[in-house]
Design a protein around this ligand. Sequence first.
Ligand SMILES: CN1c2c(nc(N)[nH]c2=O)NC[C@@H]1CNc1ccc(C(=O)N[C@@H](CCC(=O)N[C@@H](CCC(=O)N[C@@H](CCC(=O)O)C(=O)O)C(=O)O)C(=O)O)cc1
Ligand SMILES: N[C@@H](CCS)C(=O)O
Ligand SMILES: [Zn+2]
Length: 744
Amino acid sequence: MTSGIGSTVLGYPRIGPRRELKRAVESYWAGRTDRDALLATAARLRADTWRDLREAGLDSVPSNTFSFYDQVLDTAALVGAIPARYRQDHEVDTLFAAARGTGSLAPLELTKWFDTNYHYLVPEIDETTTFALTGDKPLAEHREARAQGVPTRPVVLGPVTFLLLAKGVDPLSRLDELVEVYADLLRGLADEGVEWVQLDEPAFAADRSERELVALERAYTRLAAQSARPQLLVTGYYGDLGRALGVLAGTAVDALAVDLVAGSEEGLAEVTALRGKILVAGLVDGRNVWRTDLRAALARAEALRPLAREVVVSTSSTLLHVPYDLDQEQGLGEEVRDRLAFARQKVHEVVLLGRALAEGPTEEWEAEADRPRPAPRHDGAVRSRLTGLQPDARTRAPYADRVAAQSDLGLPRLATTTIGSFPQTTEIRTARAALRSGELDLDGYAERMRTEIGRVIALQEDIGLDVLVHGEPERNDMVQYFAEHLDGVAGTELGWVQSYGSRCVRPPILHGDVTRPEPITVPWTTHARSLTTRQVKGMLTGPVTILAWSFVRDDQPLRATADQVALALRDEIADLEAAGTRVIQVDEPALRELLPLREADREDYLDWSVSAFRLATGGAAAGTQVHTHLCYSEFGEVIEAIDALDADVTTIEAARSKMEVLADLSAAGFARGVGPGVYDIHSPRVPGEEELVALIAEASRAVPGDRLWVNPDCGLKTRAYAEVEPALRALVAAAKRVRETTTN
Ligand SMILES: CN1c2c(nc(N)[nH]c2=O)NC[C@@H]1CNc1ccc(C(=O)N[C@@H](CCC(=O)N[C@@H](CCC(=O)N[C@@H](CCC(=O)O)C(=O)O)C(=O)O)C(=O)O)cc1
Ligand SMILES: N[C@@H](CCS)C(=O)O
Ligand SMILES: [Zn+2]
């Protein structure tokens, strides 16, 4: 009989309640502070987390949830899989070299983590990789916590998910070698007296092949057979484990965590092998910010009891994706605040539920369970608009008619444009900080933004771009900015969530019916248009991306919220048109990100997401050229949905994948305007004119010049003018050369 694990959370934020880690690493990178200062900040943040979790009353406190940059990279370092080219004298510098590159070396590839807005570094596994236990981070952090009087449960990314996330020739074929390294790790942890270890296998919340399930079984049969080892908790969050649950339950691991928010109880009763295990019931939503319905959660936990040897309460996933602490927020109205729980509050919910499950409801539990939950903001007008939509509200004029109606835009073949944002300079951010602190009033701020827009327009005219943009200087973030201008959406002051490395976002909270009190972008776009005779693209963030990068109410289907946001954008498009704007871009970089992990859920998602985009754009006149922009993903799986968006022009990330997307698009019969990105803006490298000519010429062989656009991969906000200006000059020169030498 094993000893219990008790109530717990599967992971915790690590950037610091006030982004202390971000500031510490960025200051270290800039050479303003030394390594000791960085290590000291990191140690303090870890200590604070363990103390807080312990004092909150969790039975089992996780450790190794801290990371200087990314937990996948840390795992690579632990098992000897950081490519030798990144090696530095100190381990933290090796991590940063792999994450950010060095003067001469490109970094590891960064890509999105499952269906979240977090991004991880992709391990490279090849014949030079020799797996060995080359790090001791889980052990060292356990010791550090124990010295503080907190026994912890180290959390490590599981070996099968690690290999499934890696790139190389069949990384999974290296499983047996890697599992031996994990066995070494378990032995070392057992020697140190560690009682429980958590191995995360989120890859199994997605559809997996027979071979991958066999790999899972093989790995955990081996690890569970390790003679000296801590007890093993295996998790598979972000959805249902599906068949993987039975596979894991069939091994001798001690506990299994199930995500009962993204997944459900369905099928648990059939896994009879669970009855010998501890079931860690993920009942408190780890990914969203709503308070848990404690009564319903307790009833669910109790109903699970016959299915397992013991049931304990946890979060559905790591809490990495939610902000630290609701109590630090000053600006939220009670009608929103009283519906919310951030990481700290979720820990409290887990503790209350755990005690109620073990000992029966306490007074404190009753008080929290009965604490009133305000109803979401209701707007009858937006609801009746949606129910009264005409059947053709999501359909524009046929493409051929639109092309004819847009012919007076006067655009050349292989027209050049950018994706919207220009560099967010220190002056822009300083002006915004001054506005927030009250040093600058709204008029003064608007004046600075108008000046910036003037600069950006003049620069684009000088460079010779065909369709200009205003540069988005007024936007702190492409989602947060729109959210701040909509009713039914709340912003936070300190609700930072790590997106990658030191970069964070503050996801807005879509808490009630969404409406647009007044035009959002029209004054900026109109000002930009007043400064030039060229076309200026209006610039909006689409409904799917607004949902993907926000916390969304869970009391109605996502499609209902998406349609409300879409109506607000539809009105914005109408106002832009009324002010004379002829080209309007609606960005949907997150269209692929929200794609459900399981095939069975995809059709419904693609239906509502495409419908919402079409509701936003469906009112645009035939003569308005609607662009969309997609990036941050490979789009092969959603090409048909991209076609169904029915945009006149689709600009899409392509430079790094060497234009492969063009083949996918033409195979799907895509026959509207397309702008495969030719300048990789994720790299500081300035592309040369010759390489751009080669890329554009290649694209022009696949797409006729009147439908082919020439543009960068994505917005320029994270780049510096020193890179952007020469790159755009080269892009325009290259487009001109290909235009002159081709006729199609
Ligand atoms: C395209 N990406 C985006 C994603 N999600 C979004 N919601 N938005 C995105 O753009 N997901 C996928 C990718 C992820 N990529 C990135 C890239 C860059 C960042 C980033 O740089 N984040 C910034 C924060 C940006 C921001 O909100 N800036 C505010 C200033 C906020 C601030 O730091 N204020 C200071 C005080 C003011 C000051 O001194 O500047 C403070 O509060 O202390 C603004 O411009 O007003 C980051 O700092 O990490 C994120 C995701
Ligand atoms: N219009 C946005 C899109 C980013 S995905 C930008 O240019 O930054
Ligand atoms: Zn983009």
